[in-house]
Ligand binder design. Structure first.
Ligand SMILES: Cc1cc2nc3c(=O)[nH]c(=O)nc-3n(C[C@H](O)[C@H](O)[C@H](O)COP(=O)(O)O)c2cc1C
Length: 320
């Protein structure tokens, strides 16, 4: 971890995920040993207008360090304004060049920047010139076709400190085959650290991705939703099956963090996590229905207490 521009205790990072990676979830993943966290993508325009909800989304827990704030936009001046505004509240600024959401693409931001590499490079150069903290980019391997190697070299020359590559095209959204070979090719030509991302859901898979890409640093997205303890597994170099008692305790801790942060509305945002925590367990339909129909945080805490399923893990069930 010597060549990484931030002091990190683990080389497994939590991916930025809109609607998921808020302060409570980042704090939880950190407690399980995640090495670096990112805010969800934050609009540079919203920062300019000091949108209250946006400002809440960049809040971090004191234990959540180092922490990157990820920005998206297309106007260079607004980008610079937003980056300078958020710089005191984080340890690194990350440029989003990967988001495929239609709303973001229409605004010529996110992965659209891969179609306008000159603009992306210019934004990068400007930010680098004016920011003191590390600067990174998270990008896809291409919009519709694979990026030329020269683009990555230009980005490196523009002064970014590390780069995260999600090994899918914009057109693949979040599913489908991940091109680890391309990530490996880029890792072999750049001097800055390359973080490999896409499809890493176990220690076994992480080993495989490290082998193919040669990357020391890995980023985990969807696999951490409902399984924040994946970071503990990765750090301990094991793949575990946690028992239901453990999972329920994590669910309650997570919901409590959300209540502390979001107040009465926590339950609304927690439901999706609830479903993810129980995914794969048998006979959980009635608990999913209960959480969907409950309206207060206290009810939700009670529902977690009442969860009872066959104590076998999803994997053991499958073997039966
Ligand atoms: C619900 C969801 C929201 C996401 N939001 C963001 C985001 O705000 N910024 C970003 O760069 N990527 C975002 N991503 C992409 C992830 O950071 C990650 O690159 C992608 O999910 C691939 O990693 P995985 O296969 O480990 O999930 C999002 C993905 C998901 C599933």
């Amino acid at each position: 971890m010597d060549n990484f521009p931030l002091k990190i205790k683990s080389n497994y990072f939590l991916a930025p995920m809109a609607g998921y990676t808020d302060k409570p979830f980042r704090k939880l993943c950190r407690e399980f040993g995640c090495g670096l966290t990112f805010s969800e993508l934050i609009s540079v325009n919203a920062i300019y207008y000091k949108n209250k909800k946006t400002l809440k989304l960049i809040e971090r827990d004191i234990t959540d360090k180092p922490y990157c704030i990820q920005l998206f936009g297309s106007d260079e001046r607004l980008f610079l304004y937003a980056a300078q505004f958020v710089e005191p509240f984080c340890d690194c600024i990350d440029i989003n060049a990967g988001c495929p959401a239609p709303k973001v693409i229409r605004a010529k931001a996110g992965s659209y920047l891969l179609k306008e590499p000159k603009k992306l490079i210019s934004i990068t150069q400007t930010l680098r010139k004016h920011l003191k903290k590390p600067l990174s980019i998270k990008m896809r391997i291409g919009y519709e076709k694979i990026n030329p190697v020269e683009l990555y070299k230009e980005l490196e020359r523009s002064g970014i400190d590390f780069i995260t590559i999600h090994g899918r095209l914009k057109s693949q959204y979040f599913k489908g085959e991940v091109d680890y070979n391309h990530i490996g090719q880029i890792n072999s030509v750049l001097s800055i650290p390359v973080v490999a991302n896409g499809g890493i859901d176990s220690f076994k898979k992480a080993q495989q991705v490290k082998r193919i890409t040669g990357c020391e640093y890995l980023m985990i997205g969807q696999a951490a939703i409902g399984k924040p303890f994946i970071f503990e597994d990765l750090n301990k170099k094991v793949d575990t099956n946690r028992d239901l008692g453990f999972v329920k305790a994590v669910m309650k801790r997570h919901l409590q963090y959300m209540i502390d942060f979001w107040g009465d509305t926590a339950i609304r945002q927690f439901r999706k996590f609830f479903h993810a925590y129980l995914k794969g367990y048998p006979n959980i339909k009635r608990f999913n229905n209960m959480i969907n129909n409950c309206s207060t945080n206290n009810e939700a805490l009670n529902i977690i207490d009442r969860i009872e399923v066959n104590q076998l893990t999803p994997k053991e069930q499958a073997c039966k």
